[in-house]
Design a protein around this ligand. Structure first.
Ligand SMILES: Cc1cc2nc3c(=O)[nH]c(=O)nc-3n(C[C@H](O)[C@H](O)[C@H](O)COP(=O)(O)O)c2cc1C
Length: 232
């Protein structure tokens, strides 16, 4: 089992602790990246990825190790502390680079063999919107199973988390690790991305073709009988 953790901050606090706890319980080879330490670029809005390919992104040299780790992983964990009710700026800037991977553009069939988790911790509130910030991308990339974990830790440091909340973190990561292990090796597509796949397929057939997306889908035979979640 290959696991990639992308931390939305460069320090090892409560969120990092929860993400590592889950990864260790799932077990396997773990690779970790910290943002902005390991990738600190903001999307330039040049549309190169949409018009050509992500590999032509002006930031691709810095992005490539993270892309490789994501593509290699069976399980991807994105985590972020809640900063003003949302994921950190570095996490959002990182995710901005993958718009072309969304189901409405040119999704990667290998995403259907992966599972992912979005994890957030907050002192009190904002876990739901923060987890959603990360899960939006994971789902729209077409990842098979996307799980969400949010913890209100009543603390600004991991060492200050009350005992009862620590127990809740242990219990929830135990349960999720079990579910993840059961689903290893299965292929599929989450319901949200599947709905968008069929909407785009309809649009491709009834409206003027948008390139290079249309030709990409044509090559994969997605206008025909093949589906991203059926391909090896
Ligand atoms: C800039 C900033 C903004 C924050 N915004 C919120 C917030 O909106 N809601 C909240 O409950 N906690 C907020 N917090 C607290 C952190 O989310 C919380 O302490 C979190 O558990 C820290 O995780 P970490 O130890 O992984 O950094 C904020 C902290 C910082 C530094």
């Amino acid at each position: 089992m290959k696991i990639a953790i992308i931390h939305g901050q460069s320090h090892e606090g409560s969120t990092c602790m929860a993400a590592r706890e889950l990864a260790n319980k799932v077990g396997g080879e773990i690779r970790e990246f910290f943002l902005p330490r390991d990738f600190n670029k903001s999307c330039l809005g040049c549309y190169t990825c949409f018009k050509t390919d992500l590999s032509n992104c002006p930031h691709y040299k810095e992005l490539e190790p993270l892309v490789t780790a994501i593509l290699d992983a069976d399980l991807l964990i994105l985590e972020s502390p809640v900063y003003v009710y949302h994921a950190t700026g570095p996490m959002m800037s990182f995710l901005d680079h993958f718009g072309a991977w969304w189901m409405v553009h040119r999704p990667l069939p290998e995403m259907s063999g992966k599972q992912a988790v979005a994890i957030a911790t907050a002192a009190g509130g904002g876990m739901k919107s923060t987890v959603r910030d990360m899960a939006d991308s994971l789902e729209m990339w077409g990842i098979h199973k996307v799980y969400k974990l949010g913890f209100g830790v009543q603390a600004t440091k991991a060492e200050e988390i009350p005992e009862g909340i620590l127990r809740k973190i242990h219990r929830k990561t135990d349960r999720l690790a079990c579910r993840i292990r059961k689903n290893v090796g299965k292929r599929g597509c989450n319901g949200r991305a599947k709905k968008w796949f069929y909407l785009m397929r309809f649009a491709h057939k009834h409206f003027p073709p948008m390139e290079p997306d249309y030709s990409y889908w044509e090559k994969q035979n997605w206008h025909g009988k093949d589906r991203p979640w059926h391909q090896a």
